[in-house]
Write a protein that binds this ligand. Structure first.
Ligand code: SAM
Length: 299
């Protein structure tokens, strides 16, 4: 074991540096050797939630001073951290789970440290999006391996429906994060707003005891979720297949068709608006109608 640690310790870790450290998304053993080493040598660890990070540290047998840097105090706290770095301290920053800055705070702190001309070093590690993409198989072949990271969709039904409509025509895979209390709504909105045969990878509870990564069509997803009472509990990352891989996407509303639909929807019932929008743009009436219903959900 000590040989492994010396691999990490062999590198130099200059003082006066902010180390942005990825932490596990469930399984504590995913903390990298370098992360372990840097967390151990840091003069302080800036973190989103001191209780959460305190628990992680105690699980790996470390004790370091913690400084809270969260959404609500990031700017002021960043100023204090810059002062400490300028005085030659070595500070690590971690978010609650995964890679800082990825649907997590951290950006303002990094910006403040850079603006002060001080070094920022990333320590890569777990991220739910990348973990899910790594088992998405041929879904990644659409769009020549490109993908779009979306993170959380808007929570209001209308805005969520519009966001899905805007993403529907991407020719490559896209990645969503979703909280347990909204997963049912999001799967229903994907089923309503996308062609029914579009494939979806559901990454549930990655790296944890009840981890699963089934691939299904968007039409099947709501029933899959409802199939077991405990399923909606847990953390979810979704990978949605890009449009080019799916022949049934023909006629899917593009941005222009979605704009026309939105304008008509302001004046007309969903069915009529979808029919007219299809006649004007050539997109599928069925797809436009589903989109209209998804958008109307929030009215
Ligand atoms: N910074 C994190 C990362 O790099 O993945 C993401 C933080 S974001 C606030 C939390 C969201 O990430 C969760 O709501 C869920 O969508 C996703 N997530 C985090 N851990 C996960 C896990 N073990 N399995 C599936 N999704 C996870």
């Amino acid at each position: 074991m000590s040989d492994w640690i010396s691999l990490a310790a062999g590198q130099s870790y200059p003082a006066g540096t902010l180390y942005v450290v990825a932490t596990p998304i469930g399984n504590v053993a995913d903390l990298s050797l370098r992360a372990l080493h840097v967390l151990g040598l840091a003069d302080a660890i800036a973190c989103e939630d001191t209780r959460n990070t305190g628990q992680l540290l105690s699980r790996v047998g470390l004790q370091r001073p913690l400084v809270a840097v969260h959404e609500h105090n990031e700017r002021e706290a960043a100023g204090r951290i810059v002062q400490r770095l300028a005085a030659g301290e070595c500070i690590a920053y971690v978010s609650d789970a995964g890679t800082p800055g990825i649907s997590d705070p951290g950006a303002r702190l990094v910006e403040a440290v850079r603006a002060a001309g001080l070094p920022v070093v990333p320590l890569p590690g777990p991220s739910a999006a990348v973990a899910a993409l790594s088992v998405a198989g041929e879904m990644l072949d659409t769009g020549a391996g490109r993908f779009t990271f979306v993170g959380f969709l808007p929570s209001k039904p209308k805005a969520r429906g519009e966001a899905i409509a805007a993403l529907a025509s991407l020719d490559h895979a896209w990645v969503l994060y979703e909280a347990p209390h909204r997963i049912a709504e999001t799967l229903a909105a994907l089923a309503a707003g996308l062609p029914p045969t579009r494939r979806l990878l559901v990454g549930r509870e990655l790296t944890k005891l009840f981890e699963e990564t089934p691939v299904m069509t968007v039409a099947e997803a709501p029933a899959w979720l409802a199939g077991e009472a405990t399923r909606a509990k847990g953390e979810f990352v979704l990978v949605v297949e890009g449009a080019a891989a799916n022949a049934a996407d023909d006629g899917a509303p593009d941005a222009q068709a979605q704009r026309v639909l939105s304008l008509l929807l302001a004046e007309l019932p969903a069915k009529r608006a979808a029919k007219l929008a299809a006649a004007i743009t050539g997109a599928s009436t069925d797809a436009l109608y589903k989109l209209a219903l998804a958008q109307r959900g929030g009215d």
